[in-house]
Ligand binder design. Structure first.
Ligand code: KG4
Ligand code: ZN
Length: 343
């Protein structure tokens, strides 16, 4: 089954072609991302109006390029899967409206997918194979807009275990980076500098780490960084790498502690991680180490680094499970939903 994946929920025009073959083999035929990062860098964040215009200019050439790269003819495509929410409405609309046109012109079934479900299913591509999830599973979703612990009883069965009460983890990285003027997006910029720093140099708060529930809060942590910077800037003796390593450590400690505790309490069989912040090496390593120490029999999946941030491979992967159930959306009914919550 060949699936064309389309992802335009924020600032990446991403198109993929995946061939789902026998014995759970997956051939990644093409994964193309037309990135707008350079455009938005000037503004220190995504400007929705600009993003939508660029999606519009890029989407058809990117689809054509993807088909050429994969040497796939439209007639060989079985299903089109598109992220139809949540995200920026004008960005989503470009992907959704393009999908409708292609579905009509090429006569293909369509799946409108939740972007976060896509992030979760990025975990399932391992070395050209479809990984198996042992249920119940728990996914730590950490992106620019979401920080959630999601319980999965089976494919497509989601329950919210915990969530951030204010900023998302990625948002905290982005805001701290903006405050210190070290670039956009903040996560990769902070991770790079933090590598050379001492994670114990500053004792930042670990918000809600001792709370019994599985919710998070990151806005206070960001404010602690702000106060420290304001105070220390006066005497100009703030080692940036130490500051960022300590900030990153605080975020990682809270995320990993709560994930482990939730996995223990809910008798989880598989832990996964998803979203842009899942690309963070420190988070990947510490979650793996804590699982090994506390829950050695548990299955741990993580997406390939390049499939953590927004991409269309994850959309095709999630689409595959809907396609198996023939869970298609008539193209006439496909609609962008910027506020679509998975749970
Ligand atoms: O999943 P994503 O690409 O877009 C959303 O759906 O939001 O996530 C983007 C977020 C940004 O906040 C970015 O700073 C963060 O993921 N991020 C990282 C890293 N790479 C991206 N955060 C920490 N470490 C990274 N290496
Ligand atoms: Zn995303």
């Amino acid at each position: 089954m060949i699936i064309l994946g389309i992802e335009t929920s924020c600032d990446e025009t991403a198109i993929s072609l995946l061939d789902f073959q026998k014995n759970n083999r997956i051939k990644l035929l093409a994964n193309v991302i037309s990135s707008q990062i350079k455009t938005h860098q000037k503004y220190g964040g995504v400007v929705p109006e600009v993003a939508a215009r660029q999606h519009l200019a890029n989407i058809i050439p990117t689809i054509e390029f993807t088909l050429r790269k994969a040497k796939v003819q439209p007639k060989e495509i079985d299903v089109i899967a598109v992220a139809s929410g949540p995200g920026l409405i004008t960005s989503l609309m470009v992907g959704v409206e393009t999908t409708k046109v292609l579905a009509y012109a090429w006569q293909k079934p369509v799946i409108g997918l939740n972007h976060i479900e896509g992030h979760i299913y990025a975990n399932l591509l391992i070395n050209s194979h479809l990984a198996q999830i042992k249920f119940p599973a728990l996914c730590l979703v950490v992106s620019g807009g979401h920080t959630e612990l999601i319980h999965m009883a089976d494919h497509g069965q989601y329950k919210l275990v915990g969530r951030t009460l204010d900023d998302a983890a990625g948002e905290a990285f982005d805001k701290v980076a903006k405050l210190l003027k070290i670039g956009y997006p903040g996560g990769p910029a902070i991770e790079k500098i933090a590598q050379k720093g001492d994670p114990n140099a500053f004792d930042f708060p670990r918000p809600m780490i001792k709370y019994k529930n599985f919710d998070f809060s990151f806005s206070g942590l960001k404010t602690s960084v702000l106060y420290l910077v304001k105070k220390e800037f006066k005497n100009k003796k703030i080692p940036l790498a130490d500051l960022l390593a300590s900030f990153q450590q605080a975020v990682v400690d809270v995320l990993t502690d709560k994930t482990i505790r939730a996995a223990q309490e809910l008798k989880i069989e598989t832990v996964m991680m998803a979203g842009g912040v899942a690309a963070n090496q420190k988070l990947r390593q510490e979650l793996k180490a804590k699982i090994k120490k506390n829950l050695p029999n548990l299955k741990f999946l993580k997406p390939n680094i390049q499939h953590c941030t927004d991409n269309a491979v994850m959309i095709a992967l999630a689409g595959y499970f809907h396609a198996l159930k023939k869970d298609f959306t008539p193209w006439q009914k496909l609609k962008a939903d910027p506020n679509w919550e998975l749970v």
